[in-house]
Every structure is written in structure tokens, then in C-alpha cells.
Design a protein around this ligand. Structure first.
Ligand SMILES: Nc1ncnc2[nH]cnc12
Length: 449
């Protein structure tokens, strides 16, 4: 073939591919282009790539294999993003959820002494229930049953929970026999580096610098290296291996124990409200409302999110959820599932970089934990702070999560106080049937389990 006909056939192939993408994602109808979507995907990926370092760190404390969780994190994120893009045509990234991963390790495995296999079993069951709910009316009934003040409080509480874990991981707070917690040792360079990691991320993110979280983590890792606190890896890339150590290892029968009810409910509720809250926020940002004022393909997006959680549990991850960081790509103009597919493909490619992830120290990722914590705590402003019977149960829900080191206990205490205070102050009309049923379940749990 001569050069002229070769270039003609290449451009025909390119335009055929462009037509294919146009058909699949309806780019023109969404006022976007392939280039914009690719840039948006790259932006979202860089914003959420920290999960590749943080998730294996947290899950390995539960006794899981670091390398296996690294591959599982990248793979579950890739599957979630690609499915979301192709099925729901939403421009969002998904990955194992922060907060949910901390609850898995610190509350269920370390706190309640369940094995990580049983904890994965609980994630699997709650994710399956979430899928079933997403395809029936049960999901909207449950979401409508929970008062909005408590929904926002759950997001904020998960943020506070993540915050205490990040502060402890950085050594900024530490245990004290006299006062339970106290300030850490700021003469320790690792503590200073943890604080520096957070400050770099906070400043860069506020200045809207591309990849702020990643830059913060990498900068502090390099600083640790200069101080001789980090050892270099033998190689930069490696084949993704080790998944067999977590693949299909969930213990579903073990998780079907009555004492796991509150854990399964906590995974279910947090995943559901975390997801619903994030999706509504993302839809508002990208103006994804159709002519009837409804969010386009919301049901499909929820189904994709919940299916991704099931896949995550099967390969060895805490619930996969839609990331609030997707707003970064949407701000770059991402409007369709092509953005999500690009994020997914980048997660697939990242499976080969485990050796680099492994050298990132805990105090560097702690800065990211504290930063994401504050993003989530931001939802407190949506609570009605003028109505005592709304904001007190909301505050109990949020504050009790870090204080009891358990998302589930925060939910139980906050929800119970809501129902009791509302009935006790003659406001029974504010309490839905679902909240009354939950109150009975939670009282039984506190009394008998
Ligand atoms: N649990 C979560 N929900 C929404 N966005 C997140 N980003 C990281 N973790 C998240």
C-alpha cells in the first residue's frame, strides 16, 4: 500500500472508531467530544488514584495480602468504571470506598475479631441486597424512610471516622491512659511528614491543581526517602499477581451469623447513602437532569454501582462506590460514560505498578485520609441546625462513629435517638414506618447481641 492510501485507510478507521464512540456514548447530544472525555477521564483517575496505595495499606492491617488487594483494588475499580460507563453512560469513577474500607478493617476485623473472610462475606451479602434493592422499589422506600438530616450525618460521620484513622496513622493523635486520646509527638519526623502531606494536598486541591492528592502523597514519599525513611523498590513494574489469595475467599456462611446483622446493615446503609449522596451531587454538578426534571439513568447508575460492589467482594475488596472525586473530571467537561471508561482503562493499566505503590509510607497516605475526611464532613452544612430534634440525632450519628470506632454503632445510636426524641416530643408524624422498624431491630441488637 502506498503512503497516500495507507493514510486514507487510517483516517477511515479513525472516523469509524469515532462514529462507534458517538453511537455508544451520544457525545454530541451531551455537548462533548472524545478529547474532552479523555482529558476528563485522566483528571478523575489522577484524583482518585491514591486509593491504589491507601486501600491495600488499610486492608493489609486486616491480615489480607498487600499485593492481592492492590490488584483487587485496581481490577474492581476498572470493572466498576467500565460497567458504569457502558451501562449507565455516567461520567464517574468508582473504586473501593474510603470509610467503608476503614470500617472493614478497624471495626469488623480488629474491633469485633471477625476474620477478613467473614467480613468479606458481609460485604458480599450487603452488596447482593443492594443489587436486589436497586432493581426493586425497596431502595427508594428505604432512602425515603431515612430523614435527610441522618443521611447527611452518615456521610459526615464516615468522614470523621476516616479522620480519626488518618490522624492516628500519621501519629498526630495517639492513645493516652488518662484522656483516651492526646496530641502525638511532633518531634517525630514521620508525624511532621503526615501533617505536611495533608497540608500540601489541602493547599493544592483548593488551588485546583491537577492531581493534588497524588502530588501530596508522592512529595512526602520523596521527602521520606531523602530522610532515609523509605527504601527504594527493586523494580518499578511487575505482573499483576497474587489475586488468588483473596479471590472467592469470602465466607458467606460465617457472615450469616445473627451477630453480623448490624455489620451487614452498616455496609448496606453506608454504601447506599454514600452512593446516593455522591450521585445526586455529581448529577447536580454535571446537570444530568432530563426534561422531566429527573436524573438521567439514575437507576442504571445505582445498579452499576451495586453490581461493582458484588464483584469487589468476590475478588477481595470492601464495597465499591461512586467517587465524589469524579467532580474533578466533570469540571474538565466530562459528560458521558466515555469518561468513566477512560478511568477504568487507566485502573487496568495501573495493575502493573504494585512495586511503586508498596514503598509509599503510611504517613504519606494518612494526609489523603485526613483530606478525604474533610470533604465528607462538608455535608454537615446541609443539616437543619435550627431544629433540635433533627440536629441532635444527626450529631450523635456523626460523632459516635469516631468515638466508638464503628460506623454501625454511630448509625444505631443516632437512629435510635432520632426515633425516641421525636416520639418523646410529640413529633411522631416525623418518624417513618421504616425508622420505627429499625428502632425495634436496634434495641433488640443492643439488648441481646
Ligand atoms: N466513600 C466514598 N464516597 C464517595 N467518594 C469517595 N471517595 C473516596 N471514598 C469515597
Amino acid at each position: 500500500m502506498n503512503t497516500a492510501s495507507q493514510s486514507t485507510s487510517e483516517s477511515t478507521n479513525t472516523s469509524a472508531f469515532a462514529t462507534f464512540l458517538e453511537k455508544l456514548f451520544k457525545l454530541k447530544a451531551h455537548n462533548t467530544t472524545i478529547k474532552t472525555e479523555v482529558m476528563a477521564g485522566l483528571t478523575t483517575f489522577v484524583t482518585m488514584a491514591y486509593i491504589l496505595f491507601v486501600n491495600p495499606d488499610i486492608m493489609s492491617i486486616a491480615g489480607m495480602d498487600y499485593q492481592a488487594v492492590f490488584v483487587a483494588t485496581a481490577l474492581s475499580a476498572a470493572v466498576g468504571c467500565i460497567f458504569m460507563g457502558l451501562y449507565a453512560n455516567w461520567p464517574v469513577g468508582l473504586a473501593p470506598g474510603m470509610g467503608l474500607n476503614a470500617f472493614f478493617t478497624f471495626a469488623v476485623v480488629k474491633g469485633m475479631n471477625y476474620t477478613w473472610e467473614i467480613a468479606l462475606g458481609a460485604v458480599f451479602i450487603s452488596s447482593l441486597v443492594f443489587v436486589l434493592m436497586s432493581v426493586t422499589r425497596l431502595r427508594s422506600w428505604i432512602i425515603d424512610s431515612i430523614p435527610s438530616s441522618l443521611r447527611y450525618a452518615m456521610t459526615a460521620g464516615v468522614g470523621l471516622f476516616l479522620g480519626i484513622i488518618g490522624l492516628k496513622a500519621a501519629g498526630i493523635i495517639t492513645a493516652s491512659p488518662a484522656t483516651l486520646v492526646t496530641l502525638g509527638d511532633f518531634h517525630d519526623p514521620k508525624v511532621i511528614l503526615g501533617a505536611v502531606s495533608f497540608l500540601i494536598i489541602a493547599i493544592l486541591a483548593t488551588r485546583k491543581v491537577f492531581g493534588a492528592v497524588l502530588i501530596g502523597i508522592i512529595t512526602v514519599t520523596v521527602m521520606g526517602g531523602v530522610l532515609g525513611l523509605v527504601s527504594l523498590p527493586d523494580q518499578l513494574v511487575s505482573l499483576p499477581t497474587g489475586l488468588s489469595k483473596t479471590f472467592m475467599k469470602m465466607d458467606v456462611m460465617g457472615a450469616l451469623d445473627v451477630s453480623m446483622v448490624s455489620v451487614i446493615l452498616a455496609f448496606l446503609f453506608v454504601n447506599m447513602f454514600d452512593t446516593a449522596g455522591t450521585m445526586i451531587g455529581v448529577a447536580e454538578k454535571s446537570n444530568m437532569y432530563n426534561e422531566d426534571g429527573k436524573i438521567e439513568n439514575l437507576n442504571k447508575a445505582l445498579t452499576a454501582d451495586s453490581v461493582a460492589s458484588v464483584v469487589g467482594a468476590v475478588i477481595g475488596c470492601p464495597p465499591v462506590t461512586t467517587y465524589i472525586e469524579s467532580n474533578a473530571g466533570i469540571a474538565e467537561g466530562g459528560r458521558t460514560g466515555l469518561t468513566a471508561v477512560v478511568v477504568g482503562l487507566l485502573f487496568l493499566a495501573s495493575m502493573f505498578f504494585a512495586p511503586i505503590a508498596q514503598i509509599v509510607p503510611g504517613y504519606a497516605t494518612a494526609g489523603a485520609l485526613i483530606y478525604v475526611a474533610f470533604l465528607m464532613v462538608g455535608s454537615l452544612h446541609k443539616i437543619n441546625w435550627d431544629e433540635f430534634t433533627d440536629y441532635v440525632p444527626a450529631a450523635i450519628t456523626a460523632i459516635m462513629m469516631p468515638l466508638t470506632y464503628s460506623i454501625a454503632d454511630g448509625i444505631i445510636l443516632g437512629f435510635l435517638s432520632f426515633t425516641i426524641i421525636k416520639h418523646g416530643t410529640g413529633r411522631s408524624a416525623d418518624v417513618s414506618l421504616g425508622m420505627n422498624v429499625l428502632a425495634v431491630v436496634f434495641i433488640a441488637k443492643l439488648a441481646f447481641i
